[in-house]
Design a protein around this ligand. Structure first.
Ligand code: UT7
Length: 438
């Protein structure tokens, strides 16, 4: 049995006034100690149980060997509201022809009132759990890559964790802009390979339209909202994430940024009136950087995986600009038939663009089992990254009762969350810390 030690503060109070202590205080202290003991016992029991499960973090007590991290689930969510080039041309001086010729974008999706980065991320996450046929409690880690998170803190990943009811998962946000999803896949796949975790949910989610200056024709034509998610899991079978390459060059940070709202320039009436809480970009500089880095990162990742470009069935690039994608394909000597493009419909969804494109490539039947893919991205920071993935997954067979039970789990998660909030209020009321010197 675990004895919860009495804090020095409590000891002092007891020594000072053992007999005069009000009954209410005594009751509170005893109840608190009992509660702490029970919680500790339950936690211990839980982690012991988990360690001994075949999928448990502790690998059932067996010695760990290096495993392969495979994508076993995938899902996407795009808001319903469509914003066409023609509609943008009503707000700023531009036209459909210019936008299509210079970017390849025809329309993008935009969040409606009530939608935000977390709601998009949650929908994509649920869809990924569905294809993987996993329950939220199976997840060990949730990473949300986003350049437009729900708040500075708490992390969007924690909000998703709560809504899913992923009670065994750690959760954090990752800030690497459009390269964020690749950064997340890199971290998660290594944690899986070493046996530190089993199942990771990596989401790229953006509500960039909330940060776009709708009077700036250079940026407002580019960005769109959406989310894509994958679940990575362990396997003894070689394949899955074969290699990743990450890079950064902070000297280019100012070329693409949201200048205000952080600790350097806190939000104020002045920053808002100057539009400093919105996206600022030097398009030409980012363009030049992108064409250089896409080819380099993809080449490095392919070499690191021990492959050549001839082994690559499909390139899934960050969907920023068709001219950047075509330039990368030319540099890599890949015909455009082996490059996936969907930016015409969604614009640049930053960290979400690669996982959304991955889902659509699968839906379009452009990825076969055993195919080797390269995902490559670049973005604010400046950052870049590439991942080579050998595709082994097929969606889990449809089992309606599992889908129904997951839906019930999501409802339960909401109840659990509400109860925990209520309990926190009761706890605060019951266990008020003693006043200084009491
Ligand atoms: O995830 C990373 C996010 N960022 C990017 O990927 C951005 C990368 N950069 C780009 O995609 C391109 O630089 C843009 C699409 C932003 C701009 O295309 P560009 O071919 O580099 O155009 P530019 O900036 O060189 O501008 C050419 C002209 C300029 O007029 P002047 O100075 O030649 O008279 C611009 O003012 O086009 C003008 N222009 C526009 N005209 C009509 C700029 N934006 C627009 C517009 N409609 N929306």
């Amino acid at each position: 049995m675990i004895e919860t030690p009495i804090s020095t503060e409590e000891q002092t109070i007891e020594e000072q006034s053992p007999s005069r202590e009000p009954v209410r205080h005594k009751f509170r202290r005893t109840a608190r100690r009992e509660l702490d003991r029970t919680t500790a016992r339950l936690r211990q029991l839980g982690s012991r149980l988990k360690r001994n499960l075949p999928n448990g973090n502790g690998n059932g007590g067996r010695p760990r060997k290096l495993r392969h991290a495979h994508i076993i689930g995938w899902g996407k969510y795009l808001p319903e509201k469509v914003l066409t080039n023609a509609e943008i041309a009503l707000k700023v001086e531009t036209d459909d022809e210019w936008i299509v010729a210079r970017t390849g974008i025809r329309e993008r999706r935009i969040v409606s009132e009530g939608e935000s980065t977390a709601t998009l991320a949650l929908a994509a996450a649920r869809s990924a759990l569905e294809t993987a046929d996993l329950n939220p409690a199976d997840l060990d880690l949730i990473i949300v890559a986003s350049a437009s998170p729900e708040h500075l803190f708490p992390a969007t990943a924690c909000l998703v964790q709560d809504e899913l009811g992923a009670t065994n998962a750690g959760a954090f946000d990752l800030s690497a802009a459009c390269s964020g999803w690749i950064y997340g896949v890199s971290l998660a796949s290594q944690a899986i390979a070493t046996g530190s975790i089993d199942y990771a949910l990596v989401i790229g989610a953006e509500a960039l339209s909330r940060f776009v200056n709708w009077e700036d024709r250079v940026t407002c034509i580019l960005f769109g909202d959406g989310a894509g998610a994958v679940i990575l899991g362990p396997s003894e079978r070689p394949g899955g994430v074969l290699s990743t390459v990450l890079g950064a060059d902070g000297s280019g940070g100012q070329t693409l940024s949201v200048p205000a709202g952080g600790s350097r320039m806190p939000a104020s009436a002045e920053t808002v009136s100057n539009g400093l809480h919105m996206i600022h970009m030097d398009g030409r500089k980012v363009f030049r950087f992108a064409t250089r880095v896409m080819r380099r990162a993809a080449t490095e990742a392919v070499e690191k995986a021990g492959l050549t470009m001839d082994d690559i069935a499909l390139l899934i690039p960050h969907q920023a600009n068709i001219r950047i994608i075509e330039s990368a394909a030319r540099g890599l000597k890949l015909p455009m038939e082996r490059v996936f493009v969907n930016l015409d419909r969604y614009g640049n969804t930053s960290s979400a663009s690669i996982p959304i494109a991955l889902c659509e490539a699968l839906e379009a039947g452009q990825i076969e089992p055993d195919d080797q893919l390269v995902a490559v991205g670049f973005g604010a920071g400046l950052t870049w990254g590439a991942a080579v993935i050998q595709w082994m997954a097929t969606p889990a067979p449809e089992r309606p009762w599992r889908t129904r039970s997951r839906a019930a789990l999501y409802r339960l998660a909401r109840v659990r969350s509400a109860l925990r909030r209520l309990w926190r209020r009761i706890e605060t009321w019951l266990f008020r810390p003693p006043a200084p010197g009491a």
